[in-house]
Design a protein around this ligand. Sequence first.
Ligand code: DAT
Ligand code: MG
Length: 164
Amino acid sequence: MEMTLVIIKPDGLKKSLTGNILTRLSETKLEIVGAKVVRVSKELASEHYRALKDKPFFADLVKYIMGEYHTKRVFALVYAGKDAIKKVREICGATNPEEADSVSIRGAYGRITTKGVYENVIHASANTEDAEREIKLWFSPEEIVAEAYPAVEAEEKVRRQKWA
Ligand code: DAT
Ligand code: MG
């Protein structure tokens, strides 16, 4: 079984594309084993895109995924199943939305702004190493309803909010 991280980016949420995107992804017959709405911090954004930190578009990419241009939330999901990474990437389409197949998610819904930001609606892990790193970055073991990666019990003293 393979797992992959999917993020419906802030433009996807703002444009009310969540349902359409999930419907497209359901064509893969993969299983959703984790899902949550996340407000992306600068730290999380920078860590997620750390391989691109020297690119000229890095600062805008971080702002985009943080929702500075749309709405400050993303929908993060983990899909699991045979060839999950490849199946999801195929439906997403190419990175550049203008080059993406028109029936792919990015081809249908993405755009490049006049400023040059690729608003390509969705993130999907590119390979098994990225998938493991990204899933561990975005999700804790308890948030995934599957045997994902080895985990250990840890006693942690953390300040958490609870309902008043
Ligand atoms: P992908 O998201 O297809 O895995 P990537 O990991 O190379 O592509 O890049 C991450 C994101 O960075 C991508 O979804 C959009 C943005 N990006 C990539 N290349 C870009 C470029 N030349 N100009 C602007 N944004 C770019
Ligand atoms: Mg990538």
